[in-house]
Design a protein around this ligand. Structure first.
Ligand SMILES: [Zn+2]
Length: 250
């Protein structure tokens, strides 16, 4: 495996796990009230909840809302998407994504381009066997503790969903580094990704929630409705929005 590819694979946040129980007991006061309202009397149409947190599964690996973190591995652990395609933008490492993510990414890249900013794909879908090989390589060379810091355990990488992408600037500038956040591309993505259904999945101030260090280059496709809702409510993570556990320990 090329060294650059291995380095990309090794980065912490670029490996992770999926959610299992879609706990949505938290933050559902509005839903409860709405249910009560519709149960009593003749259900006023005005009482409908603004956003349905149950519209999609957070545990089905094929769901656009699946939550993968160290507490919630993908189930099945060797899940592989069925609709991988190559997005229409510079992709030097030939990284596929699931079709809905690929199409949205092409739209986002076109908008960035219109703003004078070029993007390329550093990494996209990563298979279970690849993650397994990378993780085992780190374990055998550095031991499990260091491996866990540098790489996600197999089945716990969000990249395995085919919905996560690591983006770089063209020409390359701070690729897969925290300083990507200070580049024009990094700033544009942080401000606009939600419009195209993408979430900056590992914010600087949410390491204890997501379990991963700040990764201003890692974006997760969740669809425009959910991304818009998170943006409007100023909620930064899927774990907080859906009331699902996360954190840095397995
Ligand atoms: Zn990543």
């Amino acid at each position: 495996m090329a060294i650059a590819a291995l380095a990309a694979l090794a980065l912490g946040g670029c490996t992770r796990t999926a959610a299992d129980r879609g706990a949505d007991s938290a933050g559902d006061a509005g839903r409860g009230a709405a249910a009560k309202a519709s149960a009593s009397a003749s259900a006023s149409p005005r009482a409908k909840p603004a956003f349905d947190k149950k519209a999609r599964s957070t545990t089905d690996p094929a769901s656009l809302w699946v939550i993968v973190n160290k507490k919630h591995p993908l189930k099945p652990v060797d899940y592989a998407p069925a609709d991988l395609v190559y997005p229409d933008l510079p992709n030097p490492n030939r990284q596929p994504l699931r079709k809905p993510a690929a199409e949205a990414l092409a739209g986002m890249a076109a908008a960035a381009s219109a703003a004078g900013l070029s993007l390329s794909i550093e990494s996209g879908y990563r298979s279970y066997p690849t993650q397994l090989a990378v993780y085992n390589e780190w374990v055998s060379s550095k031991g499990e503790a260091v491996a866990d810091e540098l790489s996600a355990r197999p089945g716990t990488s969000e990249h395995q969903t085919g919905l996560a992408v690591d983006l770089s600037a063209v020409p390359a500038n701070c690729s897969l580094a925290v300083c990507f956040a200070t580049t024009p591309q990094g700033k544009w993505l942080a401000a606009n990704a939600w419009r195209y259904g993408f979430l900056l999945r590992y914010p600087a101030d949410k390491v204890n929630v997501t379990g991963y260090q700040y990764e201003p280059w890692h974006f997760r496709f969740i669809g425009v409705p959910l991304a818009t809702e998170l943006h409007a409510k100023h909620v930064e993570t899927l774990e907080e929005f859906f009331g699902v556990s996360g954190g840095t320990s397995y």
